[in-house]
Design a protein around this ligand. Structure first.
Ligand code: 13P
Length: 250
């Protein structure tokens, strides 16, 4: 399968009705997409969007979180098996907003990744440094540590299921995107890291997305980098025209 994909992360935006209209508009604009297109929608919309995508090859739905345990007394939580049974294909894990607001760390994220893969889901694992780390020039050390903790214990069979999303925290929702050089440098570093542990065949095939203020006017340049396989798009995925334009830029 091609490495490329574009995933929207709607975060806590859109009511079910608005979400339905947004998906409808994207389908209308894109038809059969030139690459994998994923909608990361609020939990309450997962099944409806999955149904809406029936007979639309190339599209899939992603959850934005899940619990690491398979079942039990965890009020308010959703398990990997529930998501898989509902037709969900991907799950975004380790997003910086969950690290910040829900206190998730890479050990917990590792457990979620393992649980997700066991249930047949493909984790979209998010990593990325904060501004102070970038300013100190320590981004590779910090992001490398995140990836080592979250993915280092996986088997070759497990890592094949993972999509990595590099999302520098200073670029998320700020309108400041990483330059294409900054993105390429980190993606190259991550691919080499995966290669060192899992071998070049796996490294050559793993999808590494860039996220952080991806817009129609910067997507083409970012996606033109050899190790940038697509985008994880926040704000711009909430507008059908922008999202479609970003997909076409790939
Ligand atoms: P923005 O595209 O709004 O910067 O968000 C990026 C993001 O966090 C995707 O997960």
């Amino acid at each position: 399968m091609s490495r490329t994909m574009v995933a929207g992360n709607w975060k806590m935006n859109t009511t079910p009705r608005q979400g339905h209209a947004l998906v409808r508009d994207v389908l209308e604009k894109l038809g059969t997409p030139p690459t994998r297109v994923v909608f990361g929608v609020p939990e309450i919309q997962l099944m409806a969007v999955h149904e809406q995508l029936t007979d639309h090859p190339g599209y899939a739905v992603a959850a934005q979180n899940m619990h690491q345990e398979p079942r039990g007394a965890y009020t308010g939580e959703v398990s990997a098996e529930m998501l898989a049974d509902a037709g969900v294909a991907y799950v975004i894990l380790g997003h910086s907003e969950r690290r910040e607001y829900a206190g998730e760390d890479d050990d917990l994220i590792n457990r979620k990744i393992v649980a997700a893969i066991a249930a047949g889901l493909k984790p979209i694992y998010c990593c990325g440094e904060k501004l102070a780390i970038r300013e100190a020039g320590n981004q590779e050390v910090v992001v490398g540590k995140q990836v080592e903790q979250a993915l280092g214990s996986l088997s070759p069979e497990q890592i094949r299921e993972v999509v990595i999303a590099y999302e520098p925290v200073w670029a998320i929702g700020t309108g400041v995107t990483a330059s294409s050089e900054q993105a390429q440098q980190m993606h190259d570093y991550l691919r080499r890291m995966i290669g060192n542990q899992f071998g070049s065949e796996i490294a050559d095939n793993i999808t590494i997305l860039y996220g952080g203020s991806v817009k129609p006017d910067n997507a083409a340049e970012l996606f033109a980098q050899p190790d940038v396989d697509g985008g994880l798009v926040g704000g711009a995925s909430l507008d059908a025209q922008s999202f479609a334009a970003i997909v076409r830029a790939l």
